[in-house]
Design a protein around this ligand. Sequence first.
Ligand code: SF4
Length: 208
Amino acid sequence: MIKELNLDSHAIAELVLHLGRIASSEALVEGLTPVQWAGLRYFARANRFSRTPSAFAAFHGTTRGTASQTIKNLETQGYLTRIRSETDRRSVQLVLTDKASGILVNDLFQALVRAADSLPPGVRGDFANALQRMLGQVAWERGKPTFGTCASCTHLEGDDCSREGRAPYGCGFASEPLLLEELDEVCINFVQGKPMTVRGSVSGAAPR
Ligand code: SF4
């Protein structure tokens, strides 16, 4: 039987920080700096409302100027490209190229993904809820956006029942329908709400 750890709050905070540190690298990997990897990871997970330089700056906790420089470098190296939004032709989204998708499999961050994958299903749900809660509090104290996915966002509308002519889910903030595969993407407009069970999303739709 595994003995339950009884750590104080300081020790838990140290563990979270240490986990983040050892999962990334200070050195160049595949010729990219840590912040460039952070950019690739971000644009691989961001939804269509969040694929902008300013959203990346907010997510990464950096200035718009620094974020723009990182994005420019990634575009120059052929890892990011710009596309026009289908719904609003004036807005531009940054998306990963095939070259970027190809090197993401070598991201050191994958060790952290495998570690999360190895947790028992019951533990994963509780852990995700605890981390989301900690993130919400720290973001609130520091005046930063939280970021998160649709399943626990207060703006998610729908009941998983597709009616004629209507998408099963929608975003109340953007007043737009949402595709199932978009529900697991990271969003800058996220506001923590009551977790909703979202059947059929990519992650398997556990409440977050
Ligand atoms: S429901 Fe929330 S997380 Fe999903 S797209 Fe809308 S604002 Fe973003």
